[in-house]
Structures are given as C-alpha cells and as structure tokens.
Write a protein of this length. Structure first.
Length: 319
C-alpha cells in the first residue's frame, strides 16, 4: 500500500504545472482568505478564485489532486465559506450575498460537483460528498434557512431549493444513482430524506408554512412523491424493499399521512383536501395497492389500512 501511494504521488508530481492560478480580491475591512493547492496538471492546474466584498468575511479553500476548481463569491458581512477537495476533477462553487451566511463543502473522490447559492442572512449549508460523480445543488433565498446534503457512493444527485425563512432540509444518500429533489417555499418547513440503496427517487414540494415530511427509502428503485400545499401538514413515509411507489398529495391544513411499505412492488396513493384529515397505511408483502381520497366537502376524515400478504387492493373515498 505504501508503494502504491508513493507511485501515485510520483505520477501527480510528474504532471504538476509550474504555476497554479489563485486569484483573491477583498474589499473593505478585516476579510480573510486562505487557498492551498498541492498538485495540478500541465494543461490545467488547480484553480481557486475568491472574491469578497464587505467586512469580516472568511474563505478557506484546500485542494489536493488533479484539475480541482473552486470559486467563492461573498457579498456582505460576516460570511464564511469553506471548501475541501480530495481527488480528481472535483468542482465546488459558492456564492453568498447577505450577512452571517455559512457554507461548507467537502468532496472526496473523483468528478464530484457541488454548487451552493445563498441570498439573505444567516443561512447555513453543508455539503459532504464521498465517492464518484455525485452532484449537489443548494439554493437558499431568505433568512435562517438550513440545508444538509450528505452523499456517500456514486452518481447520486441531491437538489435543495428553499425560498422563505427558517426552512430546514436534510438529505442523506448512501449507494448509487439515488436522486432527491426538495423544494420548500414558505416559512419553517422541514424535510428529512434518507436513501440507502440504488436508483431510489424522492421528489418533495412544500408550499406554505410549518409543513413537515420524513421519507426513508431502503432498497432499490423505490419512488416517493410528496406534495404539501398549505400549513402544518405532516407526512411520514417508509419504504423498505424494491420497486415500491408512494405518492402523497396534501392540499389544505393540518393533514397527517403515515405510509409504511415493507416488501416489493407495492403502490400507494393518498389525496387529502381541506383540513385535519388522517390517513395511516401499512403494506407488508408484495404487489399490494392502496388508494385513499379524503375530500374537502366533509370531515375531518380518518382512515387506517393494513395489508398483509400479496396482491391486495384497497380503495377508500371519504367525502
């Protein structure tokens, strides 16, 4: 192992350019910038560009490997941006406009790509990527929003879009080719997505205030689609198996849906309109199907369904 490491370092040394490009521009008072680069290639050395306009901003960049690129722009006061890259051909971009924003990007592996954009005050973003060809995009517009994206594996894709104040998003992806898209527009919305396996997909839309969604996917090729439009809606979804499908549509206020899928090829669809509806669904087996419709004309409605075995079908309409 020691011989292998020394051989790799010798190869990197043989490809090192005579110069590396670091461009730092700082305005006003008490800004701090640090850039450290070890190796590059003859054609393309490591490239770091830091531009800070304001007071008391801090930027730290450390790159080790071939063809790493980092670009940091901070406009305002007391912003902080940290980038660490190990590997080959990683790219990290950070743009912050406002005050007291914080961004941390850590990438270990090959061909990792992370982009963070924060507009407002006291927003916080953490991106951690370990593997190959992972992609993370975080956009936060407003104040005191929080995003965490952790990707361990290859070809994972995590996108977080937050507009408003005090929204929180947590995305954890373990495996290969998992996809998460989280869209939050409003105030104090919260979402947690955990994917462990391959080719799982989660799409989450929260429009309103104080909505909450927790989604767990363990297995392969599971799909979860959650839409919350209103205030104080709550969703809990757990998929443990392969090729499960779960769709939740909450329109209104204070709805609760809980879905558990244990097995393969299960399907679930829940529509909640109006206010204060509750739907609890458990599917334990394979190729089960549930459809629940709770409308705004009556209620509040309550339904609980449990399917044990295979090829069960249940449809519930509540007016």
């Amino acid at each position: 192992m020691k011989t292998l490491i020394l051989s790799a370092m010798a190869l990197l040394g043989s490809l090192t350019a005579s110069a590396q490009l670091v461009s730092i521009t700082q305005s006003n008072t008490s800004n701090s910038a640090t850039a450290t680069q070890f190796f590059g290639t003859i054609a393309n050395p490591n490239d770091t560009d830091i531009n800070q306009n304001g007071n008391y901003n801090d930027a730290d960049t450390f790159q080790w490997g071939l063809l790493n690129v980092s670009d940091v722009d901070q406009i305002g006061d007391d912003n902080s941006a940290d980038v660490t890259q190990f590997g080959i051909a990683n790219r990290a971009t950070t743009y912050q406009s406002g005050d007291f924003n914080d961004s941390d990007i850590d990438q270990i592996g090959f061909f990792q790509d992370a982009e963070v954009e924060q507009l407002g005050n006291r927003n916080d973003s953490d991106v951690n990527q370990i593997g190959n060809s992972d992609v993370a995009l975080v956009i936060q517009i407003g104040n005191q929003n929080r995003s965490d994206v952790n990707q361990i594996g290859s070809n994972n894709d995590g996108t977080v879009f937050q507009v408003g104040n005090r929204n929180r998003s947590d995305v954890d992806q373990l495996g290969t080719s998992n996809i998460t898209f989280s869209n939050q527009q409003g105030n104090r919305n919260a979402s947690d997505v955990f994917q462990n396996g391959d080719s799982n997909t989660t799409t989450l839309d929260q429009i309103g205030n104080r909505n909450r969604s927790d989604i767990d996917q363990v297995g392969d090729v599971n799909n979860a689609l959650v839409s919350q439009a209103g205030n104080r809606n709550r969703n809990i979804s757990n998929q443990d198996g392969d090729f499960n499908r779960n769709a939740i549509d909450q329109q209104g206020n204070r709805h609760l849906s809980e879905v558990e899928q244990l097995g393969d090829y299960n399907k679930n669809y829940i529509l909640q309109q109006g206010s204060d509806h509750i739907a609890l669904v458990s599917q334990q087996g394979d190729q089960n199907c549930v459809k629940v419709f709770q409308y705004a004309t009556g209620g509040p409605h309550y339904v609980t369904l449990t399917q044990t075995g295979n090829f069960n079908i249940a449809c519930v309409f509540q007016n």
